[in-house]
Design a protein around this ligand. Sequence first.
Ligand code: COA
Length: 137
Amino acid sequence: MRFLSRRLVMPNDLNYANALFGGRALEWIDEEAAIYAICQLESNCLVTKHIGEISFESPAIQGDIVEFGLATKKVGRTSITVTCLVRNKATKKTICLADDIVFVRVDPDTKQPVAHGKTLEGLVQQTKEEMKTLNVE
Ligand SMILES: CC(C)(COP(=O)(O)OP(=O)(O)OC[C@H]1O[C@@H](n2cnc3c(N)ncnc32)[C@H](O)[C@@H]1OP(=O)(O)O)[C@@H](O)C(=O)NCCC(=O)NCCS
């Protein structure tokens, strides 16, 4: 799992208990996972099909930096399944884990699923090469 993105918890991200609002965390997860899937499949014609189990493990508060870890779990013919872990950057404590987030590649005109042409093995290699260009381990 790679942690490539961070966000700052701001006042308008909080719930009535002054902790990160779950709905905001879900919005961030959907966006971060979509960016990840778009980069993996090298196509921005993706839609969110399914979000599996989500568990909120510990709160984040105003001023916390949270980081998003993403990994590819499964690669199908038209879909990709990813996992997203949100954790506190300073303490590394897990804030939220979202499993089985499925994106489907669709045709831009018909909006019907189309093959993305990727394999899990190919994506492992592609990601290694991408990491080199990002200058991160
Ligand atoms: C995405 C969409 C075009 C897929 O249509 P569909 O009839 O389910 O398509 P298919 O049955 O061919 O499935 C497409 C892929 O999704 C996978 N899939 C379908 N239902 C799934 C589910 N409930 N859970 C996980 N994966 C699922 C299939 O396994 C298939 O993957 P594969 O080709 O890699 O094997 C259609 O459901 C849709 O337009 N949904 C709305 C998407 C959207 O607007 N999202 C934004 C959030 S509101």
